[in-house]
Write a protein that binds this ligand. Structure first.
Ligand SMILES: [Zn+2]
Length: 98
């Protein structure tokens, strides 16, 4: 009866493995759905700025859409300005360029 016991163990192993996999995938699926379903619930790092978001102009403090902003890459970060004027002012006053 050793073979039967081995077979039984094998089946139990597969069933448990499938169940755990199913539970894990369901939990993971729910988490991702929850994350995507509620944008802005958790603070996102600045480098993850996506198209169509509104960010603050560091010069005048105005909020500007990343789709139409004047952009400047600094220290790996993308800065957004409402106008060319603000971008130039930032370069002059903060970076001392130009
Ligand atoms: Zn501005």
């Amino acid at each position: 009866m050793r073979l039967l016991a081995y077979l039984f163990d094998f089946i139990v192993f597969i069933v448990i493995g499938r169940l755990v996999g199913l539970i894990l995938s369901r939990l993971f699926g729910k988490q991702t759905a929850f994350r995507w379903g509620s944008p802005g619930a958790a603070p996102r790092p600045a480098h993850e700025t996506r198209q169509g978001e509104t960010v603050r102009d560091p010069v005048c403090g105005m909020f500007v859409s990343t789709e139409v902003s004047h952009q400047l890459k600094q220290d790996g970060k993308l800065l957004h300005f409402c106008s060319e004027e603000c971008l130039e002012r930032y370069q002059k006053e903060v970076l001392h360029v130009g």
